[in-house]
Design a protein around this ligand. Structure first.
Ligand code: SF4
Ligand code: MG
Length: 327
C-alpha cells in the first residue's frame, strides 16, 4: 500500500449559535464531503480563498479537530475515532507548519527550547541525545548552532519560519501539513523557504499537504493540486494537467489571475484575465446546486438545481462541473 493518507467523505460542520439562549440555529459547512488520498513521498497542494475550508481540512486530517463525519486512514490505521490519548503515538508522525511563525513561536523561549520542546512533550530521547538532535535539526534548516541561544524576535520572518520547520521536523514526522507557510513572507524570501522545504522532503522522505491561497505558490512544490471552494473540491489533478488543462471555471479564473512572468512569452499565449464577480458566499448559507454558480461565467439553468459531483474526465483528473458531465 503506498498511500500514507486516505480521506473518505470527510465533513466538518460547526454549529452556528444564535438568540439569547445560544441555541444552534444552523450549521457552517466548513468541509463538506471531501475524499482523496496522498501517496508516500507525494505533495498534494490545496488551493482556495480564505474561508474555503482548507485550513479546517488540514486540522481535521491530523485530528487537531474532530471530523463531523467520514473516515481518516493514516499509514493503514483508522485514526478517525481515536481518543486524544490513543492518538498521541501518531502525533510525532503528523506535524504542522503554520502561516505566521511569529504567532506560533513562544517569544519567551530560546530557539533551543522551542525545538527541544516537542521531544520533551513526546518523552523522546535522553537529555544529551535531545541536545544533539536539536543541533542536527537547526543545521538541516540552514541556521547555525549559535542561533540556538537566541530568541524568535532576533530573526527575520524567513528565519523564523525555518525555526518552525525545525520544530516540526525534530520528531522525524512522516507527514507534514504546511498551512500557508510562505504567505506571510516577502516574495523574495518565499522561494528560498519553498526550496528548503522541497530539499527537506527529498532528504527525509516526507509527505506534504501544502495549503495555499493561490496557485502560483504550490506550482513548484506539488505533485498534484486540489482546488477547494466552499468546503468542497472543485477540481483535483496531477500538476501538469491542472496548470495546462484546467477544466473547472473556478480553476481557470484562478490561473488567469497569476501574473505571467516570462517577458519573452508569445503574447497570444498570455491568458485572458477572467474576472470573478462577487465575493465568496457564506459557507453558512451556500448557493443551491453548484455552490460556485453565483460567480461562474458559464453558469446555466441546471447549475442552480443539481450539485455537480467530482468526475474523472481524464486519468487522475477529476472535476465537479456540469459542463463535463453527460446529459
Ligand atoms: Fe459553473 Fe455550472 Fe460548472 Fe458550476 S456546474 S462551475 S455553475 S458551469
Ligand atoms: Mg487558513
Amino acid at each position: 500500500e503506498d498511500n500514507l493518507v486516505e480521506v473518505h467523505n470527510v465533513k466538518k460542520y460547526f454549529p452556528i449559535k444564535g438568540g439569547v439562549i445560544k441555541k444552534t440555529i444552523g450549521q457552517l459547512k466548513a468541509v463538506d464531503d471531501v475524499s482523496f488520498t496522498i501517496r508516500k513521498g507525494e505533495t498534494l497542494g490545496i488551493v482556495g480563498e480564505s474561508g474555503s475550508g482548507k485550513s479546517t481540512l488540514g486540522r481535521v486530517l491530523i485530528r487537531l479537530l474532530d471530523p463531523t463525519e467520514g473516515q481518516i486512514i493514516f499509514n493503514q490505521t483508522d485514526i478517525t475515532t481515536l481518543s486524544q490519548r490513543q492518538i498521541r503515538p501518531f502525533r510525532e508522525d503528523m506535524q504542522m507548519v503554520f502561516q505566521d511563525p511569529f504567532a506560533s513561536l513562544n517569544s519567551k523561549m530560546s530557539v533551543e527550547q522551542l525545538i527541544e520542546e516537542p521531544l520533551i512533550v513526546q518523552g523522546k530521547l535522553a537529555k544529551s541525545a535531545r541536545k544533539q538532535k536539536v543541533v542536527e535539526v537547526i543545521q538541516k534548516v540552514g541556521l547555525r548552532k549559535d542561533d540556538l541561544q537566541k530568541y524568535p524576535h532576533e530573526f527575520s520572518g524567513g528565519q523564523r519560519q525555518r525555526i518552525s520547520i525545525a520544530r516540526a521536523l525534530v520528531l522525524n514526522p512522516k507527514f507534514v501539513i504546511c498551512d500557508e507557510p510562505v504567505s506571510a513572507l516577502d516574495v523574495s524570501i518565499q522561494a528560498q523557504v519553498l526550496n528548503l522545504m522541497k530539499d527537506l522532503q527529498d532528504d527525509l522522505g516526507l509527505t506534504y499537504l501544502f495549503i495555499a491561497h493561490d496557485l502560483s505558490v504550490v506550482k513548484h512544490i506539488s505533485d498534484r493540486v486540489a482546488v477547494m471552494y466552499l468546503g468542497r473540491f472543485t477540481e483535483i489533478a496531477p500538476k501538469k494537467q491542472l496548470y495546462e488543462n484546467a477544466l473547472h471555471p473556478y480553476t481557470q479564473a484562478l490561473l488567469s489571475s497569476i501574473p505571467v512572468i516570462d517577458l519573452h512569452a508569445d503574447p497570444s499565449s498570455v491568458r485572458e484575465k477572467i474576472k470573478l464577480s462577487g465575493d465568496l458566499p457564506s459557507p453558512a448559507n451556500p448557493p443551491s446546486g453548484c455552490t460556485f454558480r453565483t460567480r461562474c461565467p458559464k453558469a446555466h439553468d441546471r447549475c442552480a438545481i443539481d450539485r455537480p459531483e467530482l468526475m474523472e474526465v481524464e486519468k487522475d483528473h477529476f472535476v465537479a462541473c456540469h459542463l463535463y458531465s453527460e446529459q
